[in-house]
Design a binder for this molecule. Structure first.
Ligand code: ADP
Ligand code: MG
Length: 369
């Protein structure tokens, strides 16, 4: 029985830039989703997950289409539909069992990990020999057409192409990328799960995507651009008066400045200037809070409390926002103080219990056995 694995990810900086053609800087985690898949000799796909109740069974002989009610099966099904089409159909049914240890909906991309593990497995089972970039694009397409989220490419790309001890500096327009070693001597990457009941739903995410498109249209009235990543910060300063809607202006300002912060952060890391890297993380959070408006009281309390703890190098929300996690760089000797201080403040402000993980990086998708 083949077993496959694809990781979740944490984005260190470069948030909501991917669908604008900008830079991101995520790393793959050592936790993710496992898929055990066996041909069943029948004419159905049987989906089960250790993380969800019940079983879903679908015939392989009628065309695949998205299931109603936001079924979790849409994420893997959207990948299988594309790969089966490339293979000219499936010769047999399969039993699929998923088992994930990425917290679902916490901004660490359980969705990309379930998509990418499925794409990776069926590429192998159907002997399609597609490369990892292609698999990431298939997984992204599944999220668009089957899950209804118009996401960028970051999550699927790093789940497919990540490398242990490295972050991926990815240009989301060209898909050119560099591995940048994470030399974090005596510093931990700490993830704090807000366990906030607020979720980044597909509607809100898609609204931000449309707001960015609206900004592109407004700027294009004075200078043609394809996407916000075509603007440098100084271009933006020169042209911003073309955007008359104050909300759209702020959305665009976040994206343009975040792309620059991401470049600067990668340079800082390569120069071993972690202090600057941390400041850029903090500024990223402020921009996501004030201009992009995707934080909320939970993520703000976590990040802003962290900023004042000695030994914290930087802290920001990570992932799409609202609920989910923050990512913080914390000196090892300060991790206990960080946890205590943040947990206490968080409980006082929100009544919620924060959960902490020390992130370890991992490799992109692969076969386990
Ligand atoms: P995130 O990607 O940040 O974890 P999303 O809302 O994008 O949050 O994706 C979470 C959804 O992905 C879950 O609600 C579920 O539908 C699906 N999912 C992810 N992992 C699994 C899994 N192991 N088993 C079943 N469904 C999963
Ligand atoms: Mg997701």
């Amino acid at each position: 029985m083949p077993v496959y694995f694809a990781p979740g990810r944490v984005n260190l900086i470069g948030e909501h830039t991917d669908y604008n053609g900008g830079f991101v800087f995520p790393c793959a985690l050592d936790f993710g989703t496992r898929l055990t898949v066996t041909p069943n000799g029948g004419r159905t796909l049987r989906f089960r997950s250790e993380n969800m109740p019940g079983q879903v069974e679908l015939p392989i002989d009628s065309p695949f289409k998205p299931l109603p009610d936001r079924s979790w099966v849409n994420y893997p099904l959207g990948c299988i539909a594309q790969l089966a089409e490339q293979a000219g159909g499936l010769d047999t049914g399969y039993d699929l069992l998923f088992d994930g240890n990425v917290p679902l909906g916490a901004g660490l991309s359980s969705s990309a990990s379930i998509e990418v593990v499925t794409a990776y497995a069926f590429n192998d089972l159907l002997q399609l020999r597609l490369d990892r970039k292609r698999l990431a694009l298939i997984a992204q397409q599944a999220e668009h057409t089957y899950a209804g989220v118009n996401c960028g490419i970051m999550d699927q790309f790093v789940s497919a192409c990540g490398r242990q001890d490295n972050a991926v500096f990815l240009n989301c327009d060209t898909l050119q990328f560099d591995y940048v070693p994470l030399r974090l001597d005596n510093v931990s990457i700490v993830l704090t799960n807000s366990h906030s009941p607020h979720r980044l739903d597909a509607g809100t995410y898609n609204r931000r995507v449309s707001e960015c498109r609206e900004a592109v249209r407004a700027i294009s009235r004075v200078r043609h651009i394809r996407q916000l990543a075509n603007l440098s910060v100084s271009d933006f300063n020169d042209l911003q008066s073309a955007i008359t809607d104050e909300v759209i202006l702020r959305r665009a300002r976040h994206v343009v400045t975040e792309i620059q912060r991401t470049r600067d952060a990668v340079t800082a890391l390569k120069d071993n200037d972690l202090a600057l890297f941390g400041q850029l993380m903090n500024r990223s959070h402020q921009s996501l809070r004030d201009d992009y408006e995707v934080t909320g009281i939970e993520l703000d309390t976590l990040a802003e409390t962290a900023w004042n703890v000695p030994g914290v190098i930087g802290s920001r929300m990570t992932g799409g926002g609202f609920g989910g996690c923050t990512v913080s760089l914390v000196r090892n000797e300060a991790v206990d103080l960080f946890r205590q201080t943040v947990a206490t403040a968080y409980r006082q402000v929100t009544g919620l219990q924060a959960e902490f993980y020390i992130a370890r990086t991992g490799d992109g998708a692969g076969m386990l056995s």
